[in-house]
Design a protein around this ligand. Structure first.
Ligand code: GLN
Length: 383
């Protein structure tokens, strides 16, 4: 049966492609972003206990009340904001489902959503699947600063939504309070909604702080903010996240959510609720990851890469023109995987119209031994 593709330009994601290439060639996989060390033993114990205790049937549609209450308590501790767990928080099957659901909630066919490239790979296809039109605004290395007047100039009568990702994967840049003020002014002037992907909220380095839309009253009133326990608790395979939005937006979000997944994995929600209410489960993350960033950096520099500042996320961008100026980033990432046994991600994959830059992304959410082994392999580039 022939079918007319809704996503004719979409192939297999670059993360799957590079992870498969890494496996095929026995490479150290610093491409797809996921930890190679275990999650907290208490969290794993709580998962087993929840299953043994019989929490194996459907959870409530919006998420386990205990987990939503724990999330509200965390938001109070983190940003001194009060979020109503019953009507403003929805537990989702990872951030990806929250993003897709928020986009499906807002966009009607022909509506436009503004994206800042480099943008995470699920955004544009999720918009297209709704019959929407992604409007891409490119940001450039090394600082990927946003020219907000360009963003405003892209607003049309069909624009409904601006998507942001702060801290940004793969740019590793973070927003300042002034960025959020500029975004809020545009959203208010043109009556737009904001979808804020804040999955890397805790991964901000060098003493800087995360600027959440939830802590900005004007943005809080018109944003869906999306989070992932995969990032915060080193458990990307659990696929549990959540969306925070004002009551009216959440009510519409849940109409889609209930028919997309209905409810999310019950024992995992019990385990996460128990873990989140313990002290110090997420507070030490910047120090934890900054150490890893600073362990990989000298290895990359010694190999001949020029490093871009990594202000947030668990990624390091590296410019390779001193090594292989003849290769584009896709060819370079393949070459490095096959010839030197270290896999990375070409940054062009995150652009609609990639600029001519020679930058790849390395993931440092890895054990020290993995990062040192990768540095050792990369040292051969200079040999
Ligand atoms: N977010 C991860 C990354 O950026 C990948 C997730 C996925 O494979 N879909 O590497």
């Amino acid at each position: 049966m022939p079918i007319q593709s809704k996503l004719p330009a979409v192939g297999t994601t670059i993360f799957t492609v590079m992870s498969a290439l890494a496996t095929e060639h026995g490479a150290i996989n610093l491409s797809q972003g996921f930890p190679d060390y275990p999650c907290d033993a208490d969290l794993l114990g709580a998962l087993g206990e929840a299953a043994q205790q019989g929490f194996n049937q459907y959870a409530p549609m919006a998420g386990l009340p205990a987990l939503r209450q724990a999330i509200a308590a965390k938001l109070l501790a983190q940003h001194s904001i009060s979020v109503h767990p019953d009507v403003e928080i929805t537990v989702t099957a990872g951030a990806t489902q929250a993003l897709f659901t928020a986009i499906a909630t807002v966009l009607h066919a022909g509506d436009e959503a503004i994206l800042l490239d480099p943008s995470y790979d699920s955004y544009a296809p999720s918009i297209l699947a709704q019959g929407g039109r992604p409007v891409h605004i490119p940001l450039y290395a090394p600082d990927f600063a946003v020219d907000w007047s360009r963003v405003e100039a892209a607003v049309t009568p069909r624009t409904r939504l601006i998507l942001i990702n702060n801290p940004n994967n793969p740019a590793t840049s973070i927003f300042s309070p002034e960025d959020l003020d500029a975004l809020a002014a545009i959203a208010e002037r043109h009556d737009l909604l904001v979808l804020a992907d804040e999955v890397y909220e805790h991964l901000v380095y060098d003493g800087q702080s995360h600027q959440s839309v939830l802590a900005h009253p004007a943005l809080r009133a018109r944003s869906f903010a999306v989070y992932s326990f995969g990032k915060t608790f080193h458990a990307t395979g659990w696929k549990v996240g959540y969306c925070v939005a004002p009551r009216e937006l959440t009510a519409e979000f849940r109409k889609i959510h209930q028919f997309l997944v209905f409810a999310v994995n019950t024992p995992a929600q019990h385990a996460l609720a128990a873990h989140l209410t313990k002290p110090d489960t997420w507070q030490g993350l910047p120090e934890f990851f900054q150490k890893k960033r600073d362990l990989l950096a000298p290895g990359l520099q010694a190999a001949g890469f020029r490093l871009l500042p990594s202000q947030g996320t668990y990624f390091q961008l590296a410019e390779y023109s001193a090594l292989r100026p003849d290769l584009d980033d896709v060819a370079f990432a393949r070459w490095l995987t096959i010839e030197y046994g270290v896999a990375s991600i070409p940054v062009s994959a995150f652009y609609q119209a990639p600029p001519t830059q020679k930058i790849v992304r390395f993931c440092f959410a890895k054990q020290e031994t993995t990062l040192l082994a990768a540095s050792e392999r990369l040292a051969k580039l200079r040999a």
